[in-house]
Design a protein around this ligand. Sequence first.
Ligand SMILES: NC(=O)c1ccc[n+]([C@@H]2O[C@H](COP(=O)([O-])OP(=O)(O)OC[C@H]3O[C@@H](n4cnc5c(N)ncnc54)[C@H](O)[C@@H]3O)[C@@H](O)[C@H]2O)c1
Length: 390
Amino acid sequence: MKIAIIGAGSMGRGIAQVAAMHGHEVLLFDQNPDALTQARDFLLKILNRLAAKGKISDADAKEIFGRVYLVDTMSGFAQASLVIEAIIENLDIKKSVFKELETIVPRETILATNTSSLSVSAIAAACDFPERVIGIHFFNPPGLMKLVEITPAIQTSPNITQQTKKIIDSWGKITVLAKDTPGFIVNRVARPFYGEALRILDEGIADVATIDHAMKTVGGFRMGPFELMDYIGNDINYTVTETVFNAFYQDPRYKPSFTQKRLAEAGYLGRKSGKGYYNYGENAENPTPDKDSQLAKAIFQRILVMLINEAADALFWQVASKEDIELAMTKGVNYPKGLLHWADDIGIDTCVKMLDNLYDTYHEDRYRCSPLLRQMAREQTWFFREGVWV
Ligand SMILES: NC(=O)c1ccc[n+]([C@@H]2O[C@H](COP(=O)([O-])OP(=O)(O)OC[C@H]3O[C@@H](n4cnc5c(N)ncnc54)[C@H](O)[C@@H]3O)[C@@H](O)[C@H]2O)c1
């Protein structure tokens, strides 16, 4: 099966690597010749590195590289069974590309978008045969990250969803099915990890080092929220938050922080610019955390309960199954435990009480408890355990 990819940037070239490593011939197209050159260099480097580490043989590396065709036109896409678009995140441009694609590929070719934040249904609407359009959302870098969110548009036929899932599963990925809603699973459920940490900072409850320390030592997260925002880039992370906030009709749960906006505006983007919440220059001095255990516990519990609320609400609105929500957060962003399992461990009634305390303190809609958690507390049920509480 031939796979075609549009856009040879960070995502497109990584997806090309994955497809080629799973035996497909890949056509990788970009309108910018420099992007194609960089993609070629990337593929050579990554495949040689894998060979040097003994993960693949030298002969494999050569063969895999030989299966990727870097092309400056989409004309060859007629032979592809699946096309994955990974170009700039702009609805109008994506729509025009999908329209053009339909003039090239046969009727049965699956057309997928790797969009993170746009409506798959809106992209599909540009097509004459929207039932073959679907979202395949890889995480960065696609070669390393196991999770892929499969997001059918409302027009997508169930058969296309099944076929797509089967292909991506065969690439060794863990696929989860998500409703075509803003942020799908991961980019929605993870928002409080950043947003509530920023809120704690903005209120002056603790500084960045203390909040990161709390989430790592008490929560077992691999990185603290500020380390992670610096890693992702404050410009990118801010834009995702703002996009999700606006897509949810400015629900205060997703309200962005001025602190992050100012950092992005100032060019303090994080690791890539050498400065963000932390300094990354040589001999840079960074603040040391306050290691007060009570403070650390309070910070962790506040962020965690907001994450649990978000996960429960995603389930309430049927964005995904509870199993897929757990998989998404543990495999997509490496959370140490699924949020709904965490809720079972803490106790649903405790979660509700913690959220109600926050609501009582602030009287802000941001802290409203998900109806699902409240119902479960009333009925004394669990997300994953059998029977009622004892
Ligand atoms: N970077 C991430 O972490 C990430 C994660 C998941 C999904 N995504 C999504 O993947 C898509 C691509 O993101 P990226 O980070 O790889 O972007 P990128 O800027 O690294 O690459 C985009 C590439 O698309 C090319 N391009 C733009 N318009 C084109 C067109 N009309 N025809 C052909 N090529 C075109 C550009 O030349 C560029 O090389 C976006 O929709 C983004 O939201 C990104």
